[in-house]
Ligand binder design. Structure first.
Ligand code: NDP
Length: 284
């Protein structure tokens, strides 16, 4: 019996949703039901497809039905920010909300993506303090993770992007001396301890064109994308002799864990869920 069915049969569980368009691919209900089961919590968590112009109506209806909270995925994260009455700093700076809490007649907006990434890196034994970090990409995901990474006291964060002006805009927006922007080519001019691929290149089987010379035998390479097989970036990094490669499955589970703890005040154990999903993904 799927875990979602088990929790559905419990009496009057607290209700949560994830909104998206598309939403069929979302693993969030499984993730949250495992967190709940493992921490003896009773919740019901469903996924909901929302028409592009129907997000605020869907949220209002859910609140009227007693919904406790919701995750938000593409393309509604910016609209969720606008809908929130109260924002955390990390959501406000990210310009996007992935976690809504409905409490005392108010909508609270948070963004747990960056914390999910940081927790996954730390869990994998990656040192962030005083490290020299290269981030590839300058889209919404990077915007969401910069504040939590900066909070870990790295020495520097270089943002390299195909469209360099977007990387420069991010540096201006976050206004922190440790941030700098460059093109993929220019990355050869510095040394790094950690590379985070936050481009969507892996989704189309592409590699961000960075020079081989920046891969050393001490470097850690992380790809926010995950899948059945190693991503093109991680395969390439391994072939160049990277010390360690990590995919984004732990980030996905990590951001869900932070949402769960925001709602339930319980920090769930992420490892059993990562293990479960790793097998589920392999089995397709
Ligand atoms: P955006 O669409 O906002 O940004 C995409 C970024 O990828 C841009 O910087 C874009 O460059 C770059 N890019 C796209 N294609 C290529 C290419 N072929 N070569 C080089 N650069 C490329 O996406 P997000 O920031 O929201 O997401 C980025 C990735 O992170 C996605 O693949 C997403 O699935 C993943 N992700 C994973 C999460 C997890 O929990 N594991 C959470 C969030 C995101 P340009 O600006 O020049 O167009």
């Amino acid at each position: 019996m799927p875990l979602s069915t088990i929790t559905m049969t419990q009496k009057n569980p607290d209700q949560y949703l994830v909104y998206g368009n598309p939403i069929e691919q979302s693993r969030s209900p499984d993730i949250h039901h495992i967190f709940a089961t493992k921490s003896q919590q009773t919740i019901n968590y469903q996924k909901q497809f929302v028409d592009l112009d129907g997000f605020s109506t869907a949220v209002s209806y859910f609140i009227s039905q007693g919904g406790k909270g919701a995750n938000v995925t593409a393309p509604f994260k910016e609209e969720a920010l606008r809908l929130s009455d109260v924002l955390t700093d990390r959501a406000s700076l990210a310009g996007a909300v992935n976690t809504l809490t409905f409490k005392n007649g108010k909508i609270y907006g948070d963004n747990t993506d960056g914390e999910g990434l940081v927790q996954d890196l730390l869990m994998n034994g990656v040192t962030l303090k005083q490290s020299r970090i290269l981030i590839l990409g300058a889209g919404g995901a990077v915007r969401g993770v910069l504040l939590p990474i900066l909070a870990q006291s790295p020495k520097s964060i270089t943002i390299a992007n195909r469209t360099v002006s977007k990387a420069q805009d991010l540096c201006k927006h976050f206004d922190d001396k440790r941030l700098n922007a460059c093109s993929f080519n220019e990355t050869s001019e510095s040394a790094f301890d950690l590379i985070i691929n936050a481009t969507s290149a892996s989704l189309s089987g592409d590699l961000p064109p960075i020079p081989e010379s920046i891969i050393t035998n001490t470097i850690v390479c992380y790809d926010m994308v995950y899948g059945k097989n190693e991503t093109p970036f991680l395969q390439w990094a391994k072939a160049q002799g990277a010390n360690k490669i990590i995919d984004g499955l732990g980030m996905l589970v990590g951001q869900a864990a932070v949402s769960f703890s925001v709602w339930r005040n319980v920090t769930p154990d992420v490892q059993p869920v990562i293990d479960f999903l790793r097998i589920a993904i392999k089995e397709g």
